[in-house]
Ligand binder design. Structure first.
Ligand code: GLN
Length: 239
């Protein structure tokens, strides 16, 4: 254990003790443990080495090349659960964890949609109903959602180079790059939300603190109300 911690620490793992414990719990086979440790020491993100991430208290499958849900997004999940609803849509669902956590918290039905086939394959291990395609396009017609959650790519193209190497090297650009101001996808999502949101529904999307005021303005330009809670923009219909 101490040797393992030292190897992880030398490789730059800040939480070396925690990581060592997780890797040890993963297998009883020393050769398999060595294989996992090498992957980690060579820089593969811990979640990709383990093949799972803990998010909002539950484990979800992840895989190399697929966006790993961030702890900060648990706040969006809490807000969506507090709002309530029985039909949840997770757009740009990636691994599917965000919608899964909301639907689990609410005991609600879940629809998930994702463009990237690699993420779709992982999401299908985590959630029951994943539609492959661009935003709302692959969804069946006629369903209105009480809750829409979206972690769209929102990093401005010019800031991708500033992301930590785990994101830059092991997550697809498609899941990160949101165009020149980072809001290309958010704009398209809000333009289409009117047709998909139930009358009392709410859309929750995460952006950076600096982007939030611009997202409020975009939402208002489509006739919605929008409020900001930390880095989450909450969009509802005008009363
Ligand atoms: N800043 C976020 C992160 O890397 C970006 C997430 C995203 O674009 N979906 O954690």
């Amino acid at each position: 254990m101490t040797e393992l911690v030292a190897r992880l620490r030398a490789a730059g793992c800040v939480f070396a003790e925690d990581e060592a414990a997780l890797l040890l719990a993963e297998t009883d086979d020393p050769a398999e443990l060595e294989r996992l440790v090498r992957l980690r020491v060579d820089g593969l993100p811990l979640e990709h080495v383990l093949g799972w991430v803990e998010f909002h208290g539950r484990r979800y499958a992840v895989a190399p090349g697929v966006f790993v849900p961030r702890p900060r997004t648990e706040h969006l999940v809490d807000l969506a659960i507090a709002r309530g609803g029985s039909a949840v849509l997770d757009l740009c669902c990636g691994s599917g964890a965000v919608g899964a956590a909301v639907a689990h918290g609410l005991g609600a039905e879940l629809w998930s949609a994702e463009l990237d086939p690699a993420a779709v394959a992982v999401a299908r291990r985590n959630v029951p109903r994943v539609y492959e395609g661009d935003l709302y396009a692959p969804l069946p017609a006629g369903i209105l959602f009480d809750i829409i959650v979206v972690i769209a790519p929102y990093v401005p193209s010019g800031e991708i180079a500033l992301l930590p190497h785990e994101a830059r090297d092991f997550e697809p650009l498609l899941a990160l790059d949101g165009g020149s101001d980072g809001l290309d996808l958010v704009r398209r999502i809000l333009a289409g939300a009117g047709e998909r949101l139930a009358p009392d529904g709410a859309l929750f999307t995460e952006v950076s603190e600096e982007q939030a005021p611009a997202v409020v303005t975009i939402a208002e330009s489509h006739g919605f109300r929008a409020t900001v809670d930390d880095t989450v923009v909450i969009v509802t219909r005008r009363p």
